[in-house]
Design a protein around this ligand. Sequence first.
Ligand code: ADP
Ligand code: MG
Length: 280
Amino acid sequence: ATMPPLLSAIANAGRHGVLVKSAVAMERLGEIDATALDKTGTLTEGTPEVTAVRPLPGSGLDEDALLALAASAEHPSEHPLARAVVAAARARDLPLAPAADFTALPGRGVTATVDGRVVTVGRAEPAEAAGGATVVRVTRDGTPVGTLALTDRLRTGAPAATAALTALTGTAPVLLTGDNAHAATRVADATGLTDVRAGLLPEDKVNAVRDLQTAGRKVLFVGDGVNDAPALAAAHAGVAMGRAGSDLALETADAVVVRDELAAVPAVVRLSRTARRLVL
Ligand code: ADP
Ligand code: MG
């Protein structure tokens, strides 16, 4: 028997390194006419590095003590920022203390008890963010003790992939991120995007997708984090970046980019459109 076009398209998508979960998912990918993209781990590689450690004067901490404290609290987390903080502490051979009562708040940060004191690592105030870096603040027993700056590299294929999505949908992708406006704008400028919404919580990403859909668009959302799962579910079609992607994002998405290239996203939209022309 000849394979039905949507199933052939799923097989072709596999050759492009994209796992599409069903014929219905394959079909929806070709129906989209707008795109919303996450920043960290989607347009960027998702392997940030700590570029500055800044203890607050009066905190009684030096750089190493601040970094060790943050890394101890972040150690149980799988978030890319947490991995970067732990890697930076390891690179300085700093001893980590055990963390108790660990909790992660998606899109916000982590809390843990370290040496009997409550430590948080998470969003900084907008005034603390500058220079295009991601900035996280560390608090101890409710008092800010310093900040860490992190930067992530743009994926080499990001400008071409977003240009292809613009051509396919007739409208430029929107960038939706929980990061600060400086870091978001730096990535948007490098990618050629102008519609940028920064400082978003996971529910704000959902609302941004819903607003576009209420205005009559069929939105493709591309993301990787636990924080992206609600938006992946709300979108007409959701694609997760697989390599650094969280389990929840991979489970929620209609398709997973297994070969870690953003070019696979417009490629799979094209495959779906070709298959749908054959079905109709
Ligand atoms: P994005 O939308 O860019 O993928 P997230 O929604 O995961 O980012 O996170 C948004 C912001 O929340 C981060 O830029 C950071 O300030 C803070 N944050 C989230 N998780 C962590 C963490 N594990 N450690 C420190 N900060 C975090
Ligand atoms: Mg992300």
